[in-house]
Each structure stands twice: as structure tokens, then as C-alpha cells.
Design a protein around this ligand. Structure first.
Ligand code: MN
Length: 738
């Protein structure tokens, strides 16, 4: 960032730079702002400069550079309108300075007040940290149905914070990066801002796993010359023929983002070299709206004349755009040297929408009368927001499940098309049709075959839902539905049912109290809640009604003057109920991982098996003390973004006298002696304790995995290096178990 470099500047230089940035901003609009808009922009700039005049960022630069940079992103990278830029300039004023919402309304107007309000965090201090974060997300999402611009400015704010994350403390960096990965990047994706989503993910990875990030970055560089040659051979005949046939076009190459390469390596346990779709070729056509589809298929036919397509990898997002508005024709073809190459064919309009998302989408909307997937999605979110489930954390989880990257298309019996997240079941489909169909669903017919409600659907299925009036939702349903809508409806209906059942429990307790001559009043009910360690009267009644609490066995109490009192010795609450006892006071400043036990007790998490030398953090669990996770653990982003206050800094002391379990995978050319070579290489001079080893061989290529105990990352690295030197070995990689 150019702005960071200026922080040691003199006040005069600083104010010169501020004005320069502002002038740059004014030049960045897609259309020239009106004179009215220009006046507002100027006012917003001056108000923000004055409000933040005393503030500096962690990097030392004047604070105003931040809102200016956010405004720049909003104008240039999102192509939003002047009012969004006004909001971006002012977005931190109400939260951090003397400016109030009333000031905003007086100075600018009602619309501006609404936008800034949406951008101001909830400040209430009586909320727990975890739910405050969730409440803020919820508040932000609530604005979605009214004005999506609040979220877009928020995304720009987050993007700039990610770009300048290096100035933060390492533990803060991790938390912010995790939150970004968990919530903001999927949101950006869902709103069609693929470029911003990629940048957010890459930056998050850079802080969460610096080494992996650098390694992939380097490998992309190292393979560049080879790649360019391959692309030239591949595109030459296509370009010539496209020209010959009179199409107007440009051809671009897109290398996958570092994060998505990393993600693929993790998910499929493969090394960098085996990521086959490292880059894609993009053919972008300059095409008239009514010719778009025909031109794209024309280009498709030219591409596949030269290179053989794998029709299983044909994706027609033109006939069926993705829910985020994405349109394109994808095909994977066999390129030179036996390499699969993905080609994306689209028009300039489609390309614009795929990179800039929402704003570009609206720009073209007037031209095209079809209802877009994005509108449908916004309508769905609105519906979910109206569901009565008030628990913000649940809401975020449900909402997140709606941000799925992959979708399937299924048909109703009448042939209507429905979009569902990939992995959706017959029951999800039932709720998609109507919540009343969902709650009464007993089964389904998929292409005329009877299937259970948990049946996972695939694209192209025609689904007929069977219902019964005797059916009602049960808890088990939550284990297989995946759409946010179904989850929210099932939860609210279970809650409703629980409430009804609890009425019976209330009656039972009323009778019991009558028998004991105890008043049925809260002064007597509350001690009972405490005694049984439940968190509400409804829960108490419910457990009585279903027999989980047996009042016949009630003991350890005395009744005096119509009042019940329990003995001091309470039933020890079950571990899972202790959750609430965590408070900020218990936060520990950080732990040093050594073997002396003098510091704190901790255990290594089984989900990611950290070894000495890995980047790690501690997490305060409810019943098992502190668990140490790797920062790239598959569970890390959820833990950090939900329970940030339970995350503890952790570092290795370097004096660990312990062995760690690690898993490595390798591939090579099949050779009789290789297994022996590997095992003897490991046993010679490495002092290794092996846990398991397995090999598999297919068509002359073998692959295998070894679980072994090592002392630290260095130890593991030297092992990997010595395995790589063996003849016949092609790849050796450490992987995280999932
Ligand atoms: Mn900000």
C-alpha cells in the first residue's frame, strides 16, 4: 500500500498526500458524479478528515487514509455509486469519533443515516464477546434485504483491513484472518465479487499459514516459463481460427488463486504438481446481447475442433446461471503434452459481472428481463431473517450453510427448476417448496423410485415429495438437512413443540408443589432450576415432562413456610453445562509449550496433530482444558471466529522432549525394491518410531502413506528431504488429517 510508506511524513506532506488520494478517488467513478453528488462527496471528505484528525492507525499513518482507501475500493473495484462512497468515507465516524447518527442525518440525509447506522458496530457491553460478533454479523445481514450497499461497503472495509493486517498483533491477525475466511469471503463470493473473494482468501492464508503460502507462490513463479510456452502452443490455433471466423474476442490466462490451490492440495491430499487445473484460459467475446449464447457456443465449437473435450467437465452456466449471477461456459480439454486445460468462454458483460459482481449486475439488469439468481437469493435471506429463531450464533451457522459454493439443479414433478446447495436431501427440497411441505414430509420419489427423506439429491433429479398429516419434525432431521432455510424452520418448529410439551411438565410440578405445600412461585422454581442445573423454567418443565427429571426422586430439601430450600451439596453439573462459566477474566496471556508442566496443562488436538515448530494457538475447551491446534487446522476458522475470546497465544519453547505424530504421503514409480528403500531410509540415522505404513500400486504408479513420530518440524523436514532423494520417488508431502 502506498499509504503506509507515508507515515513518517511531515504534517504538510501528509495533508498533501490526503488531498492527492481524494482527487484520485474523484477520478475513479464509472460515471461522472452530478454537481449535487460532488458537493456531498466533498462534505463527507471534510467531515471525515476533521472527525479523524487526532487518530492514527496501528501503522502510524493518519487514520483518514483508511476511509479514503475503503472509498477507493468502493468506487474503483466495485463500481458503486457516489452515495456508497459517501458512506465509505464516513463509515467509522459514528463508531469512533464525536459524530453522531443525528449529525449524519442533518448534514447529509436519511439515506446516509441508514447506511452509516448499518456500518456501525453494536457497542452494548453486556453481550458476551462471542455473541457480540454474531450479533454484528446478523445486524449487517439484516440490512441486506433493504440495501445491499451496507454489506458492500463493509466488505470493502474488511478488504482494506486485510491488506493492512501486517500492522496488527499476531493473535489479532489470526483472528481477523479467520473471521474473513469464515464469513466475509463466502459473502463476497455469494454477492458475485469473485476478485475480492480471492484476494481475501489469499491474504487470510498468508497470515494463517505463511510457509504454505510462500511455497505455493514460489512454485507458481518457478513454473511460469513452462506454463507460458504451453499456453502459446495451446491458444495459437484457437486464436487464428476465431479471427478467421470473424469473432471479436480477447484471450486471457488466469492462474488459480493461491488459496484455492492450497485448498485443493489439502482436500485431495495431493502435492502442487498434481493440481491439474492450475490455470484456465479465458476466451472473452465482444458480443451483442442477443448473440451472446450463439457466439459462446460458436467459440466452443472452435476450441473443441482443436482439442478433445472431456464432456463430463462441461459446465453450461449460460443456460443456468449460478445463484450469484455468474454466467460462463466451461470446458476441460486435452491440451498439449497430455495436460487437461480448462477453457472458460464468456462475453465481456459476463466477465464484468463475474469480477465486479453486484454493481455490474445491476448495470446490465435493465437490458435483460430475466429474474436473476441473486434476487432469488436475497429473497431467501430475507425469509430466513424473518424466522423467529433469535439466537444469533445459530443464525450465522444456518446462514453460512446458504453460502455454499456448489449448487445442484433439480426439478419439481411439473418440471419447474429449483436450485439447492450441493449435498441437499429430499427433505431440503421439501422445505424449498414450502415449509408446510417440509414439516409433513415422509419420503420422496426421485425419478419414480421411492427414497427416504435423507436421500441426497443430484443435479437433474425430478423429485416428488410425499407428505402425511401425522408427520412432525424431529431433532434427527437437523443431522442431514443442509440448507439454511430447512434448518431454521426445523429449529423453530422443534422449539414450538418443546414449549407445548413443557406445559405438561409445568402441571406436574404444580401438583408436586401442592403436595409438598410449597407455593408455585418463582422464588421456589428458580432454586429448582439451579438444583437441576437447567437454564430456564421452560427447560425445567420440559425435562420433567419427558421424564428426564423425576420429581419422585427429589431429595435433599427442606420445606419451611411454603418455601423450599435445597442443601448446599448440589448435583455436580454435567460437563456440557459448564459452558456459561467461562468469562473474560479467565483469559490467559499466552502459553509456552514445553514438557515441564510448570506452565499450564495442555493437550495436542487430534484433528490437526501439531508438531513442534508448527504455527499453533491454544483453545480453551469446556471440559478438556487447553487444546493446541495448528493455525491451519480445518477447525481453526470456526473456533477463532465464534470463540475468539477463548483463543490463547501459544508458542513452542524449543525444549520439548516429546514425540509428535505426523502423516506424510508420497507417490513414485512402482519398483519392487522401493518399499524396502523407504523403510530403510527411515530407520537409518533418523531415529524414527513408525506408527503405520501403507502402500498402494496401480498401473505402474504407487502411492503410500506413513504415520510416524517425529521430534519437530525440522526433524520431519529432513526426513522428507531424504525420502525425496530416493530413486523412483516423485513426491513427498506432509498432510493434515481430516
Ligand atoms: Mn473501518
Amino acid at each position: 500500500m502506498t499509504t503506509i510508506a507515508t507515515y513518517k511524513a511531515s504534517p504538510e506532506e501528509e495533508s498533501k498526500e490526503i488531498k492527492k488520494q481524494y482527487r484520485k478517488l474523484l477520478r475513479s467513478f464509472q460515471r461522472e458524479p452530478s454537481s449535487e453528488e460532488k458537493k456531498k462527496l466533498k462534505k463527507a471528505f471534510l467531515v471525515a478528515v476533521d472527525a479523524h484528525k487526532e487518530d492514527r492507525r496501528k501503522s502510524g499513518e493518519p487514520y483518514i487514509f483508511h476511509p479514503l482507501a475503503v472509498a477507493q475500493i468502493v468506487a474503483e473495484e466495485m463500481s458503486l455509486d457516489p452515495i456508497s462512497v459517501v458512506a465509505a468515507l464516513l463509515h467509522d465516524t459514528v463508531e469512533d469519533t464525536y459524530i453522531t447518527l443525528d449529525d449524519i442525518e442533518n448534514l447529509f440525509g436519511e439515506k446516509e443515516r441508514y447506511l452509516i447506522d448499518g456500518l456501525t458496530k453494536i457497542s452494548s457491553t453486556n453481550l458476551q464477546t462471542e455473541s457480540r460478533q454474531a450479533e454484528n454479523f446478523r445486524k449487517m445481514l439484516l440490512t441486506l434485504s433493504d440495501d445491499v450497499r451496507v454489506i458492500l461497503v463493509k466488505l470493502a472495509d474488511r478488504l482494506h483491513n486485510m491488506r493492512t493486517l501486517s500492522a496488527m498483533r499476531p493473535d489479532k491477525q489470526l483472528q481477523i484472518a479467520s473471521e474473513t475466511l469464515y464469513m466475509y469471503a463466502p459473502l463476497a463470493y455469494r454477492l458475485g465479487l469473485s476478485k475480492i473473494k480471492n484476494e481475501m482468501e489469499d491474504l487470510a492464508l498468508k497470515y494463517r499459514e505463511a510457509n504454505a503460502y510462500k511455497a505455493i507462490e514460489q512454485k507458481i513463479k518457478d513454473t511460469e516459463i513452462e506454463r507460458t510456452k504451453l499456453i502459446q502452443i495451446f491458444t495459437k490455433p484457437i486464436i487464428d481460427e476465431l479471427k478467421k471466423q470473424g469473432l471479436k474476442f480477447q484471450v486471457k490466462t488466469r492462474v488459480k488463486s493461491i488459496y484455492s490451490i492450497w485448498n485443493k492440495m489439502q482436500k485431495q491430499s495431493i502435492p502442487f504438481e498434481q493440481v491439474y487445473d492450475l490455470f484456465a484460459i479465458r476466451v472473452i467475446l465482444d458480443s451483442k446481447l442477443e448473440r451472446e449464447k450463439a457466439d459462446c457456443w460458436h467459440a466452443y465449437s472452435i476450441v473443441t475442433d482443436f482439442w478433445r473435450p472431456n464432456t463430463e467437465r462441461l459446465r453450461d452456466w449460460i443456460s443456468n446461471p449460478k445463484a450469484n449471477g455468474y454466467e460462463s461456459l466451461h470446458i476441460t480439454v486435452m491440451g498439449p503434452k497430455g495436460k487437461w486445460i480448462e477453457v472458460q468462454i464468456r462475453t465481456e458483460r459476463m466477465d464484468d459481472i463475474s469480477e465486479k459482481g453486484y454493481a455490474a449486475h445491476w448495470k446490465y439488469k435493465s437490458n435483460k428481463e430475466t429474474e436473476s439468481g441473486l434476487d432469488t437469493w436475497i429473497a431467501q435471506v430475507r425469509e430466513m431473517l424473518e424466522s423467529p429463531d433469535a439466537d444469533a450464533i445459530n443464525f450465522i451457522d444456518d446462514f453460512k450453510s446458504n453460502l455454499f459454493t456448489e449448487e445442484i439443479f433439480v426439478f419439481t414433478p411439473k418440471g419447474d427448476l429449483k436450485k439447492l446447495p450441493s449435498g441437499a436431501t429430499a427433505l431440503d427440497f421439501a422445505f424449498e417448496i414450502h415449509s408446510q411441505v417440509g414439516v409433513k414430509c415422509v419420503g420422496a420419489k426421485v425419478d419414480n423410485k421411492l427414497v427416504p427423506i435423507s436421500h441426497v439429491l443430484k443435479s437433474g433429479d425430478q423429485v416428488d415429495i410425499l407428505t402425511s398429516n401425522n408427520q412432525k419434525p424431529n431433532k434427527n432431521w437437523l443431522s442431514f438437512v443442509i440448507s439454511g432455510k430447512a434448518k431454521a424452520k426445523i429449529k423453530s418448529s422443534l422449539k414450538e413443540e418443546k414449549k407445548e410439551i413443557s406445559f405438561d411438565g409445568k402441571e406436574i410440578l404444580r401438583r408436586k408443589f401442592k403436595g409438598l405445600k410449597v407455593d408455585f412461585e418463582s422464588r421456589n422454581i428458580t432454586p429448582l432450576e439451579k438444583h437441576f442445573n437447567v437454564d430456564s423454567a421452560t427447560e425445567l418443565y420440559y425435562q420433567i415432562a419427558i421424564g428426564k427429571i423425576d420429581l419422585k426422586k427429589l431429595n435433599g430439601y427442606t420445606v419451611d413456610n411454603k418455601t423450599i430450600t435445597f442443601d448446599k451439596t448440589r448435583i455436580e453439573p454435567p460437563a456440557s453445562k459448564k459452558k456459561k462459566s467461562f468469562s473474560k477474566k479467565e483469559k490467559i496471556e499466552g502459553i509456552v509449550l514445553d514438557d515441564k508442566g510448570a506452565n499450564l496443562n495442555y493437550k495436542l488436538a487430534k484433528c490437526c496433530n501439531p508438531i513442534e515448530g508448527d504455527q499453533v494457538f491454544g483453545f480453551l475447551t469446556i471440559s478438556e482444558g487447553i487444546k493446541i491446534h495448528r493455525t491451519n487446522c480445518p477447525n481453526a476458522s470456526q473456533l477463532m471466529s465464534h470463540y475468539g475470546y477463548r483463543v490463547i497465544k501459544a508458542a513452542w519453547s524449543g525444549e520439548e522432549d516429546k514425540e509428535f505424530l505426523a502423516k506424510i504421503i508420497f507417490t513414485g514409480i512402482d519398483d519392487l525394491g522401493l518399499v524396502h528403500k523407504i523403510t530403510s531410509a527411515l530407520s537409518q540415522g533418523h531415529d524414527i518410531n513408525m506408527k503405520s505404513i501403507s502402500f498402494e500400486s496401480k498401473d505402474g504408479i504407487f502411492s503410500g502413506e506413513i504415520k510416524l513420530f517425529v521430534q519437530n518440524t525440522q526433524h520431519l523436514q529432513s526426513l522428507i528431504e531424504s525420502l525425496k532423494e530416493l530413486e523412483g520417488i516423485m513426491t513427498v508431502d506432509r498432510i493434515i488429517e481430516r
